[in-house]
Write a protein that binds this ligand. Sequence first.
Ligand SMILES: C[S@@+](CC[C@H](N)C(=O)[O-])C[C@H]1O[C@@H](n2cnc3c(N)ncnc32)[C@H](O)[C@@H]1O
Length: 185
Amino acid sequence: MRSLICDLSHDIIKPYISKDDIMVDATMGNGFDTLFLASLSKHVYAFDIQEQALSETKKLLEKSKIQNVTLIKDSHENIFDYVHDFKGVFFNLGYLPKGDKSITTKVESTLKTFDQIIQRLNVDGFILYVIYPGHEEGNKESIALNEKMKTLDPKIFKIIRIDLPFQNNQPPYILWVIKQKSDQH
Ligand SMILES: C[S@@+](CC[C@H](N)C(=O)[O-])C[C@H]1O[C@@H](n2cnc3c(N)ncnc32)[C@H](O)[C@@H]1O
């Protein structure tokens, strides 16, 4: 079953994606986010390091008769080897649900990819993270990404956090970075 936070992550970006947009799903997993992004955009480039993710996503897309997707078996760190211009990048961090929990997104590569994307984001472009601080690596990603947010110029970037502040056990949350202005003054 999808979580409330995953559903919300779709609801909030939906109005900001149009049929002219290229989107990136940095962590395709079972393909639910890829399918969602593809239904709204011109094309989706979806990344995952696990063969299982590509085969599950391929099945889901075929069942849904969705063709405007390129599935890439590579780390999101290599995004710019495949795609150069895009509206937004979607990260649903962590491990494949019902899969091998040791194959999870890692703080070093998550930060490395952030640093690359943020420099090349177009005005109105965005990066959305669904973050899972309830497991060890997810907690490291959570801390590191929040520190990164503090380094961004608030005149250029708007940063939105949606979380569940009154729930126990470090529930997942959304961090959404939108570039609202050019950095060329
Ligand atoms: C929480 S799952 C994604 C859920 C997915 N978006 C969906 O709709 O089902 C996280 C995925 O990130 C993948 N992953 C881990 N490290 C990665 C990396 N460096 N580059 C791309 N994908 C990675 C994992 O293999 C896993 O499938």
